[in-house]
Design a protein around this ligand. Structure first.
Ligand SMILES: Nc1ncnc2c1ncn2[C@@H]1O[C@H](COP(=O)(O)OP(=O)(O)OP(=O)(O)O)[C@@H](O)[C@H]1O
Ligand SMILES: [Mg+2]
Length: 326
């Protein structure tokens, strides 16, 4: 039986006046998944998250969290999500434990277990040492940690974390990521960040948004499992070299581009993940062709991200030119 996705976004659009912040996006997060939501500044991540958490109405489209419509069933949605906003709104004159106690009451955490729950969470988010401090006097990293504790208070099935590690020191980043990773499985987590290694460390899947549109949605396992590409620059007769490369039993496909001065740049895709560099270098040398460059390009999240974001920037940069030509 198909299960309901924990987060289901369908053709969601948000305009702020003239600004099209989110442009007809659709994606799903299955229950128990931990998904990284990536994109450059201004891409639309926080806007999407605010809509999912019912703090902002969409201009059009739909979103469901835990099976409830964010627009029409906002109370049901709020009961099932924990949200760490981009900037944590805290009451400066309240003490940490007082604030979390107040939030726990607000979120309906049962009275009986409330004290124990607060204690556990303050330990988990490493804020016990500041429990009596006024929120207004906390450093940024501690505010962030209180925000995370708040998001987790009612043990919600879905957590929406907008840049949860921003402002944390390196050790806290590591510990917070561990905490977040520990939530996966039992909880569904959508988290935004700009730090790609963080995503590689904790997330199973990434969704990349750029200029309000989803540009990529796949698992990290599938990125890492893509066949590596060999980048080869050879001095020699381009067509012959190309035919020779294509004939190699391990080679699945090649592309060729003249690189000037008698050089041709090839991208060689192999049939499996073996590193063919040395074998190819030897075979090309035995034909008397010089190898000027031979790199193995494995697919990393950074490569995918750069490709997704820059390719679009370049396309956008070309656009005005096209208009002026027309
Ligand atoms: N309240 C608002 N009024 C007008 N425009 C807004 C408002 N909030 C966001 N925007 C615009 O919407 C777009 C998306 O912003 P959003 O905050 O969702 O991006 P983001 O992906 O979270 O970026 P960052 O990585 O910088 O946090 C941006 O162009 C932003 O300037
Ligand atoms: Mg943001």
């Amino acid at each position: 039986m198909p299960t309901t996705p924990a987060i289901n976004v369908s053709r969601l659009t948000k305009r702020y006046g003239q600004v099209l912040a989110v442009d007809d996006i659709s994606f799903q997060v299955q229950a128990g998944e931990l998904v990284g939501f990536l994109g450059p500044n201004g891409a639309g991540k926080s806007t999407t998250m605010r809509i999912l958490t019912t703090f902002l109405p969409a201009s059009s489209g739909y979103a469901w969290v835990a099976g409830f419509d964010v627009m029409y069933q906002s109370m049901e949605v709020r009961e099932r999500i924990g949200y760490l906003p981009e900037s944590v709104p805290l009451y400066p004159e309240m003490r940490v434990s007082e604030y979390l106690g107040y939030r726990a009451r607000l979120k309906g955490v049962p009275r009986a277990g409330r004290v124990a729950r607060l204690d556990d969470l303050m330990a988990l988010c490493r804020i016990k040492e500041v429990r009596t401090r006024l929120l207004g006097t906390l450093s940024k990293g501690y505010r962030q940690r209180v925000g995370l504790a708040d998001a987790m208070l009612a043990d919600p099935p879905v957590l929406i974390l907008d840049e949860p590690t921003t402002g944390l020191d390196p050790i806290q980043i590591g510990q917070t990521l561990e905490t977040i990773r520990g939530l996966a499985g039992r909880h569904t987590v959508l988290l935004s960040t700009h730090i790609l290694p963080e995503v590689e460390r904790v997330c199973e899947r990434v969704v990349i948004i750029n200029k309000g549109r989803i540009r990529f949605d796949d698992t990290l396992r599938s990125i890492a499992g893509r066949e590596p590409v060999l980048q080869v620059e050879v001095r020699g007769p381009g067509e012959q070299v190309g035919a020779f490369l294509r004939d190699q039993p391990e080679v699945a496909a090649i592309t060729a581009n003249p690189a000037g001065e008698g050089l041709t740049a090839f991208e060689v895709r192999t049939r499996d993940r073996r590193d063919l560099r040395e074998a190819l270098a030897a075979r090309l040398a035995s034909k008397g062709w010089g190898v000027r460059r031979l790199d193995l390009k494995r697919h990393s999240l950074e490569e995918v991200y750069t490709d997704v974001v820059l390719r679009q920037e370049e396309a956008a940069a070309r656009e005005p030119e096209a208009i002026s030509v027309a």
